[in-house]
Design a protein around this ligand. Structure first.
Ligand SMILES: Cc1ncc(C[n+]2csc(CCOP(=O)(O)OP(=O)(O)O)c2C)c(N)n1
Ligand SMILES: [Mg+2]
Length: 583
């Protein structure tokens, strides 16, 4: 009779989950030994657990299916926890398995024994431990189901080796994931339409729950029917093309007062696939106008009215519900209301176009002044990359404070081609790109990271080299933790300090310039070729080299010219951090 090790792999194969991302140890040796004999499973080795989990995260984002992660008992799980937290925030379907010696040793407090479930619980949807060979596959299927059911997220299963060593006669059957294509009864759709119709300043806050349900087109129909400004809140994927007239960017991730500005004047707000507001320092009072009508649509009942009251909450699938809402709005809106929505759309679109044009003009002026041998700049890099990147290329973006200058030239326009890292954990960009490239080997995948972020998970490059995963990487080398500088400017302001009294210097720990990290040499040491862009005129050639190279390739983009943070000369309502997707 097969052992639990074998049956666990058979269950994964039955569910089409044939890739395991892991880092092994002594208490998973039985499982790893079985993997070696089980050709239907591929094991992707990572050298550090944070990188392992983030690689799995990218793979899950690209495939939409739960990624399987294997970690080594408490020490491996502990190293991976910060990255599991990221997966938790961004609702990545993921099953984390950690081995341990065995339940037989519970009374011994054996070497390396620890309460694994207790460690994992705060950052997972569900965490449990297999205690008996008759319930190994039962619990594994439960984990796969919970991870895959919206709101998706990581789950944890402790797999004691002595339980898996035993013979296992559980049947292998595909895991059932419940269907969630639900639709509220027509009266509720009508009520939602009535609340939103005729609004003069409607706003939509959208999140990843919409991508998960495939409701991007339906959201756009509603936005266009209403002429509503659309903001992403805790969003990591493209929902509305960033070039669409109504797309107005992301809410911030830091300060509630800044995010609240997006809805301050709104007389109607539609929230879907996210919650209000995912800030580090959230506003404790309601951000909404007292007379605003607020409709929230989500499969996640917990997200609805989570922090602030709403007028109507619909626990249902975003795609079907937004589709029905768009149809109801179409029928209900008067000719005048439709004309007003179109006019609003044109006005908002014109404002957005003008803002982007002004930013592009400023970039062009600066590049002209600095000349060809001037410093490398993200704007120059973005322009050059946009010229040559294939249409179906995928960006995995953790360029952090540099992302506005990049995406001005490479605005995401198609669902599935763009991922960001809103979870707050640094080090997602490089391994994320490795995971995406593994899922889409035929497409160009470019992962961007800050220099700070890179150093949390640089080991992912070794995995790319080891398996020949041909992803491209860009390190934005600004020699600093620049976002922390921007945060501090906002903090000074929040403390009521007048701008002319802001300290001259930032705290020394915000600079990582000495010694300068040589990212190209570091990449080479891990088996990945690379080149550095030190001046503007090197940009085009190095990008060509990156894309032409057969194999993974890393570009170190010297952004030391952009290491500072503009300090406001006077009181302003703009935050220095903007909508940077980290903290
Ligand atoms: C794992 C982890 N450690 C620390 C932080 C705190 N933190 C937020 S932003 C930041 C600096 C990021 O620097 P870098 O990646 O170089 O991007 P930049 O801000 O320079 O654009 C730090 C250290 C974090 N978010 N995650
Ligand atoms: Mg940096």
């Amino acid at each position: 009779m097969p052992t639990g090790h074998r049956k666990l792999l058979e269950q994964l194969a039955a569910d089409g989950l044939t890739t395991i991302f892991g880092n092994p140890g002594s208490s998973e040796e039985g499982l790893l030994d079985e993997v070696a004999r089980f050709p239907d499973i591929r094991y992707i080795l990572g050298l550090q657990e944070a990188a392992v989990v983030c690689t799995a995260d990218g793979f899950a984002q690209a495939t939409g299916k739960p990624a399987i992660v294997q970690l080594h008992t408490g020490v491996g799980l502990g190293t991976g926890l910060g990255s599991i937290y990221h997966a938790f925030r961004r609702q990545t379907p993921m099953v984390v398995l950690a081995g341990e010696a065995g339940v037989a040793y519970d009374g011994m407090e054996a070497h390396m024994a620890v309460d694994l479930v207790g460690m994992a619980r705060p950052v997972t949807k569900y965490a449990t431990r297999v205690l008996h060979p008759a319930s190994l596959l039962r619990l594994l299927r439960r984990c796969i189901k919970v991870a895959s059911t919206p709101p998706c997220g990581p789950v944890f299963l402790a797999i004691p080796q002595d339980v898996l060593d035993q013979n296992n006669d559980e049947p292998v059957v595909p895991t059932l994931v419940p269907e969630t294509r639900t639709l509220p009864e027509p009266a509720l759709i009508a009520q939602a339409a009535e609340m939103l119709a005729g609004a003069e300043n409607p706003v939509i806050l959208m999140g990843d729950g919409i991508s998960r349900s495939g409701g991007q087109a339906e959201l756009l129909r509603v936005a266009e029917a209403l002429g509503a400004r659309v903001y992403g809140a805790m969003v990591s994927e493209l929902i509305v093309p960033w070039t669409h007239p109504l797309y107005c960017g992301m809410t911030g991730h830091m300060f509630g007062y800044a995010s609240a500005q997006t809805v301050a004047d709104a007389d109607a707000v539609l929230i879907s696939g996210t919650y209000v507001f995912p800030d580090v320092f959230p506003l404790l009072t309601s951000p909404f106008r007292p007379d605003a009508r607020i409709v929230q649509i989500d499969l996640d009942a917990y997200a609805i009215a989570k922090n602030h009251p709403v007028s109507l909450g619909l626990m249902s699938d975003p795609k079907t519900t937004l589709g029905a809402l768009a149809t109801a709005l179409d029928e209900r809106l008067t000719g005048d209301q439709k004309r007003a929505a179109t006019a609003r759309r044109e006005r908002i679109g014109a404002q957005n176009t003008e803002r982007v044009q002004q930013e592009k003009d400023a970039d062009a002026d600066r590049l002209r002044q600095e000349g060809a041998s001037g410093p490398a700049r993200m704007s120059r890099f973005g322009m050059a990359l946009a010229d040559v990147l294939p249409d179906d290329a995928i960006l995995f973006d953790e360029s952090l404070t540099h992302y506005p200058d990049l995406l001005r030239y490479l605005p995401p326009t198609q669902p599935g081609n763009f991922f960001q890292t809103p979870g707050g954990t640094l080090g997602v960009g490089l391994p994320g790109a490795v995971g995406v490239k593994l899922a889409h080997p035929d497409r160009t995948v470019v992962g961007l990271t800050g220099d700070g972020g890179a150093m949390y998970t640089y080991q992912a490059l070794w995995t790319a080299a080891h398996y020949g995963i041909n992803a491209k990487f860009v390190v934005c080398h600004n020699q600093s933790y620049r976002l922390l500088k921007a945060n501090l400017v906002d903090y000074w302001r929040g403390q009521g300090l007048p701008p002319d009294e802001y300290p001259e210097d930032f705290p020394p720990p915000f600079d990582i310039a000495q010694p300068a990290i040589d990212f190209v040499t570091l990449a080479r040491a891990l088996g990945v070729a690379g080149a550095r862009i030190g001046t503007a005129d090197q940009t085009v050639g190095v990008i060509r080299q990156m894309l032409d190279h057969q194999g993974p390739f890393l570009v170190e983009l010297d952004l030391s010219a952009e290491r500072g943070v503009a300090r406001p000369v006077a009181e302003t309502s703009e935050t220095a951090t903007g909508d940077c997707p980290c903290s």
